[in-house]
Design a protein around this ligand. Structure first.
Ligand code: PGA
Length: 237
């Protein structure tokens, strides 16, 4: 595991974009797994400015709210389109997303897992929830978990209510997410964390024993894990 500590969010985003671009330049047809949330926004802003050729790149998104239409303002597809996809030259056919409104959710998840098997992810970028979730793998998730429908932790719904007019009752209770084993199957993993509110969970995940209660703690088992933190998120390590 390599840990890079940067002095602020802007530097974290610069280091992250450097890492991602290096991967794309190394492999013009790289397959990426990319997250939503506040943390990767700086990375996406900088990535767009670099005018990198995405014509051969494939991108898998990591999760989606259950029951939300992909064009709803709160869907993760909408987020990715707004903050990344609509600004880069990635062909629509190279974008893979989970459909939160699929009629057969089990089939949707199974097929996504199969697609990832067929298109092994070179680099997966992750944020981390305050409860240690990665993707939407909440505490208690099995190391062997695959893409599936999950219940969201109340703390996750509260954190994400900022996108739902600060009303927790508007945040879906369930989501589709790639599993922990799906994440661990990526060739490289880049974990990003910013802010004092992530300092405790970063210590738990990186410095304490692996535990199902802290899904991100399993990342330590990965042979190519890089963690980029800003100074505040690194305060307790
Ligand atoms: P954040 O979310 O980047 O908005 O803090 C991280 C996560 O929930 O995975």
């Amino acid at each position: 595991m390599k840990i890079i500590i940067t002095k602020n969010y802007n530097d974290l985003s610069s280091k992250a974009v450097e890492f991602v671009v290096k991967e794309i330049l190394r492999k013009k047809s790289a397959i990426l797994g990319l997250p939503t949330g506040g943390t990767p926004m700086g990375l996406y802003r900088k990535l767009i400015k670099m005018k990198i050729d995405f014509s051969k790149i494939k991108i898998f998104t990591l999760d989606e709210y259950y029951g939300l239409d992909k064009n709803s303002n709160n869907s993760y597809y909408y987020y990715m389109k707004k903050y990344l996809f609509s600004h880069i030259n990635i062909p629509e056919k190279n974008i893979y997303t989970l459909n939160g409104k699929a009629k057969n959710i089990d089939k949707e998840c199974y097929q996504y897992e199969k697609l990832i098997k067929k298109n092994p992810i070179d680099l997966i970028v992750l944020g981390i929830g305050k409860d240690g979730h990665i993707g939407f793998n909440e505490p208690g998730s099995s190391l062997n978990s695959k893409t599936r429908l999950v219940n969201l932790d109340p703390s996750t719904r509260k954190a994400n209510s900022i996108y739902f007019n600060n009303k927790i009752e508007n945040v879906p209770k369930k989501a589709l997410t790639v599993g922990i084993s799906t994440i661990m199957s990526a060739k490289k993993i880049l974990l990003l964390a910013s802010g004092i509110e992530k300092a405790d969970i970063i210590r738990n995940a990186l410095k304490e024993d692996m535990s199902k209660d802290v899904p991100a703690s399993v990342l330590k088992l990965h042979s190519h894990l890089t963690v980029i933190l800003d100074n505040r998120a690194s305060l307790n390590i």
